[in-house]
Design a protein around this ligand. Sequence first.
Ligand code: SF4
Length: 375
Amino acid sequence: MNLSELEKLKEYSFQIGPIRPPSEGASHSLLIRTTCNCPWSLCKFCYGTFYNRERFQLRSLEEIKKDIDTAKTISQQIKVMAKRLGGLSGVGKLIEPSSLYNKDFKKLDQKELKNFQSVKNVFDWLRSGARSAFLQDANSLIMRTADLFEVVRYLKQTFPNLQRITSYARAKTLAQETKTLEELKKLHEAGLSRLHVGLETGDNELLKYVNKGVTSEEHVLAGRKAKEAGFELSEYWMPGLGGKTFSEQHALNTARVLNAINPDFVRSRRFVPRKATPLFEEWKEGEFHLLSPHEELREIGMMIENLDITGRVCFDHFMNPAYKVESGYVWLFKQDYDGYKFQEEKPTVIRLVEQGLDIDESLFIRAEALVKKSL
Ligand code: SF4
């Protein structure tokens, strides 16, 4: 092995933001950062903490294109190495902090970490077939449409084999009159194929309480617009977000709004208080009361009973309901990214909720026990 090739890989880095949806992690999507952080950062349960509450920033087209070019250079370099080493698996053994820097991951400095994350992201993406890219951070749709169009076009031009380009989008942005249906259609035609939207709840009182900055009417408008423009749409809801006070109206109105949108995917993200957020403080002060596991299951059951969509319902997150057995923990619902096809598998989900309610509540992992993991 010519070590100069490995040394060369150490020269290339591009920006990678802190998070992406779990389904994009499973697809090993190429991560392209179009904006930095969250332009809202005021939802009581999140407060932009996933982005360390750092200030929102647009990035210039020039910077974004440079990152795409760097990802291309890294991919070419990896392919050259793969030829020499008889395949990508041979390269994989070298894409490790110990081979690249002769150091443990925890000992990498900032520059090395950025380089390692860039090279690893491109390598994992290549190994999984190089089919999918995710635009970071919290709301790429806030960019000028012409700029976002150019990013998507350039990404497709650079990597013609990409089959899917996805992004988070705030419903507020999608619902705005200035983001016209025609513009959204153009973005979709250019190659932006899937949007991930945080619905959280369809209940107006709860939306206001958690300071989501969006009404249920805007959620419906945004979701319908996204669907009409041709996007594949994932909507995320948060069981337990309303605590004991809002549980019933949270379940019923979330189903109502989702029925009005009929998204392709409904993804469940259980509410767990997250440190340094206002809702965490309210919970600590005893002003917010978390649901017990059975109360939460009843809430999920009520939402599902009232859900008339034709998409898929997924529980693809480790915080969703799980209970203890002798050998460890078992998730009540399957964890895969395609979940259950509705309406066909709605009875299955309802049956699982009933089964969960027959299991001793003390065996379930309580939201309180997950607080440390959500930090
Ligand atoms: S819009 Fe999303 S990222 Fe921003 S604060 Fe709300 S939940 Fe967090």
